[in-house]
Every structure is written in C-alpha cells, then in structure tokens.
Design a protein around this ligand. Structure first.
Ligand SMILES: [Zn+2]
Length: 239
C-alpha cells in the first residue's frame, strides 16, 4: 500500500498566510512530513509530491503520484476565508464512484476524534459535474483534500504555529489513513545466505524487512539468549 502525500503550495507559491505570519506552504509541509513518519512506522509506503520548499505544478504532482503507483492520494492544506470567525476542518473527496468518500470519512473521523471541529465531508464540482480541485479530479485512485484548519482565524492560526497542534493534525490524518487501509498483510520475503534459502522468512513493512532474531542469528551460527528480566536479546559469536 503506497500513500501519496501532497503538501499544497511551496516554492514561489507562498502567498497564503495568516494574519501573524503563519505560511500555509510551510505549515502543510511540516504536517505532511509528520504524517509520513507515522505512516512509515505503521508499515505503509509513503511518497510525497514535495518534501521541501519547492514549486511543483499541479500537473507534476499528479504525474508523480501516477508514476509512483500510488494507491491513494492525500492533499494537505490549511483554509482561508474573509470571515476571521470561520474555523474547523473540511475534508473534500472526489465525486468518482471509487473509495474517495470512504477515505474522506475515515480522515474526518480521525480529526473529530482528535477534538477538531469539523465542517464535514464535502465534494466540490465544476459546471460540468467533474471535481473542482485539480488534484482530486485528475487522480486515478481514491483522493482527498483536507483543509486542516483556517489560518485566517486568529485562534486557529495560533494553534497552527505550534508543533504540538501540527502533530495532533498529523496523527489524526494518519489514523484516518490507517483505518481506511485496514490491517496490512505484509509481504513474505525469502532470505538467502550465500545463495541458499534460509529456513526463516522476513516480512516487508514499508521498505524494511523484519525477520525473527533467533532464527536468523542461529542460521548465521550465533547463539541467542532471550534475557526475560532485562527484556533484551543477547547474541554471541561461537567461542
Ligand atoms: Zn491551500
């Protein structure tokens, strides 16, 4: 399962900001990097349309997501409105009959459970009935655009400027994605020693293969002791 995270804006596109200096391009990049860390720790593969402050066109974002074989697409933004009282998160999904709405509902539930006021799961369409947002419209996989909070709302801007709040948003988004994906069945990876198959298999989580320590170490001729008291594994080379 490969997740494509798409932090909005960046590079020359840095105009969206709050009244006291929050910059959307930077805030959403930070949130997305936190989401990536949480998803990778859960064994998901993550690619990002940008992982630093660079300009990426909307078309390039979609081409990247498709070329990477992404299974779902998650665009991350913060919101703006002329009324400084506007607040809360909004989760936009595609009108396509794919699982976009399921993904959006899982994300929204994650945000609600984190205590965020929600404006709901919404679709936004153009006159021709197709999705309004480019990154949702041009995606071939379930796609969601989350507006995490209003940076035009002074209280929410103050929150967005704190790492704790960005971590809370990231955890909410990551938990929604994990709920949507469901339990992962890790790929079984054969392990060979000097070309010969070992009687132990690995399991791939993200880009790391995990294998049972005892079976692997004993196959390599090491002795293995589980120290239950200190909760650690002692490996030793043969004397
Ligand atoms: Zn935006």
């Amino acid at each position: 399962m490969r997740v494509c995270l798409d932090p909005g804006h960046g590079g020359t596109d840095r105009a969206n900001r709050g009244p006291t200096g929050y910059v959307e391009a930077d805030g959403v990049l930070d949130i997305a990097l936190r989401v990536r860390a949480l998803l990778q720790a859960a064994g998901l593969e993550v690619v990002m349309t940008r992982d630093k402050d660079v300009s990426v066109t909307l078309a390039a974002r979609m081409a990247f997501a498709a070329a990477q074989g992404s299974d779902l697409f998650m665009s991350i933004h913060t919101d703006a409105w002329s009324d400084p009282g506007a607040r809360g998160c909004t989760v936009f999904c595609s009108v396509r009959p794919d699982r976009s709405r399921d993904l959006a509902e899982a994300i929204e539930q994650g945000l609600r459970q984190a205590g965020r006021p929600s404006r709901g799961v919404k679709t936004r369409v153009q006159g021709n009935g197709r999705d309004y947002y480019h990154v949702i419209r041009e995606s071939k996989v379930p796609s969601v655009l989350v507006e995490c909070a209003f940076h035009t709302n002074p209280a929410e801007e103050a929150l967005l400027k704190t790492a704790d709040f960005r971590q809370l948003l990231a955890a909410a988004i990551a938990s929604g994605i994990k709920a949507f994906v469901g339990p992962l069945a890790p790929e079984v990876i054969p392990i060979l020693l000097d070309g010969k198959l070992l009687p132990v298999t690995g399991h791939l989580f993200g880009d790391v293969t995990y294998a049972p320590v005892r079976a692997l170490a004993e196959a390599l001729g090491l002795t293995v002791v589980w120290d239950a008291k200190q909760r650690l594994v002692r490996l030793a080379r043969p004397k």
